[in-house]
Write a protein that binds this ligand. Structure first.
Ligand code: NAD
Length: 354
């Protein structure tokens, strides 16, 4: 059992990173946590209101590709664990502009690995862990049956998933070549609070509320496996503390949904919550031209997490999706700031000149 004393989280102002920080800091009051995030459009310090005044927390605005900065933080904070979320994460953006995906996801991961390896070899701390947070998309697409296991060959189909696979392979190589203490998680689609409104579930909620069309790719029959972000956060913490070095762990909810069924479900729940007549929101659904290279089905076999690390998801989808909708309804101000750029003004006021 590994007990970290000082963690460097990268990309902690994004959707999953911020949920992880909120949950980890609540459960591990003895651990210092440094959040390194360059604050792209997807990074939002509003997500971290609950920890920003905690003396064990430090935010650093910076780029994971900046090796001097990474080296300095590792040394000065005596970091003994890196939990690496920072990435360009949106598949559609990777289709129109792949270059930044290679820079951040591949090169950025290599810089972090290299500086972490040197820090580990300098033996500044007694024990060290490097945890790479990755995605089931590195495995490519499934037919109607079967599941991705940790042994499934990598076969990414989008520039996003290819860049994540590149990073995962570097993580593997650092373990094989240097004996560097790595861990690699691969998780299915997440949903929950603080999800940027460009992604399926928050986009649908946002558009339904504003009576805008609900764009659904192709025939809507693509299948995804959904996990609540809080369950993902606990899974990452479990792997960090008890995972085997050099190992890969698949994380998933055993919860497959066709896109169109999710959209219908969100429509129906919001009919009731917004006092609209039954079926009204479904009329907003508009099928649009399919995404190029759109993977048909992802499904994760997470039995290794259950078997070896005794982790299980705690949310049912019914509860998770209802709570998520309530969260968006109650946090319209958050949605407004992340979509309007007002958040940038907030940032300048908070951190400008530092
Ligand atoms: P996100 O886009 O919401 O957040 C990414 C964060 O990384 C942002 O805060 C951004 O500012 C930061 N960032 C980007 N480039 C950076 C750089 N060069 N230096 C420092 N910070 C940088 O992403 P997310 O959905 O929270 O995903 C987090 C991680 O989890 C990613 O690695 C992603 O591949 C992985 N993942 C996501 C899902 C999902 O469903 N969202 C599922 C499995 C795995």
């Amino acid at each position: 059992h590994f007990t970290p004393r000082a963690i460097l989280v990268t990309g902690g102002a994004g959707f999953i990173g911020s949920n992880f920080i909120n949950s980890f800091m609540a459960g591990n009051p003895g651990c210092r946590l440094v959040n390194l995030d360059v604050l792209t459009y997807a990074g939002n310090l509003e997500n971290l209101k609950g920890v920003e005044n905690n003396p064990s927390y430090r935010f650093v605005k910076g780029d994971i590709c900046d090796s001097a900065l990474v080296a300095r933080l590792l040394a000065e904070e005596r970091i003994d664990a890196v939990v690496h979320f920072a990435a360009e994460s949106h598949v559609d953006r990777s289709i129109t502009g792949p270059e930044i995906f290679v820079r951040t996801n591949v090169l950025g991961s290599q810089v972090l690995l290299e500086e972490s390896r040197k820090h580990w070899q300098a033996r500044v701390v007694p024990e060290f862990r490097f945890l790479q947070v990755s995605t089931d998309e590195v495995y490519g697409s499934l037919g109607d049956t079967g599941f991705f296991t940790e042994e499934t060959p990598l076969a990414p189909n989008s520039p996003y998933s290819a860049s994540k696979a590149g990073a995962d392979l570097l993580v593997r190589a650092y373990h094989e070549t240097y004996g560097f203490p790595t861990l690699n998680t691969r998780c299915s689609n997440n949903y929950g609070p603080y999800h940027f409104p460009e992604k399926l579930i928050p986009l649908m909620i946002h558009n339904i509320m504003n009576k805008k069309p609900l764009p659904v790719y192709g025939d809507g029959l693509n299948v995804r496996d959904w996990l609540h972000v809080k369950d993902h956060s606990i899974a990452i913490e479990t792997v960090l503390k008890t995972g085997g070095l050099g190992q890969v762990y698949n994380i998933g909810g055993n919860n497959e949904w066709r896109n169109i069924d999710i959209v219908n479900l969100v429509c129906d729940l919001l009919d009731a919550k917004l006092g609209r007549s039954s079926g009204e929101n479904r009329q907003l659904i508009t099928f649009v031209k399919d995404r190029p290279g759109h993977d048909r089905r992802y499904a994760i076999d997470a039995s290794r997490m259950r078997r070896e690390l005794s982790w299980e998801p705690s949310y049912t989808f019914e509860r998770g999706i209802a709570e998520t909708i309530d969260w968006y309804l109650a946090n319209q101000e958050w949605v407004g700031t992340v979509t309007s750029g007002a958040y940038r003004d907030y940032y300048e006021t908070m951190y400008g000149g530092r």
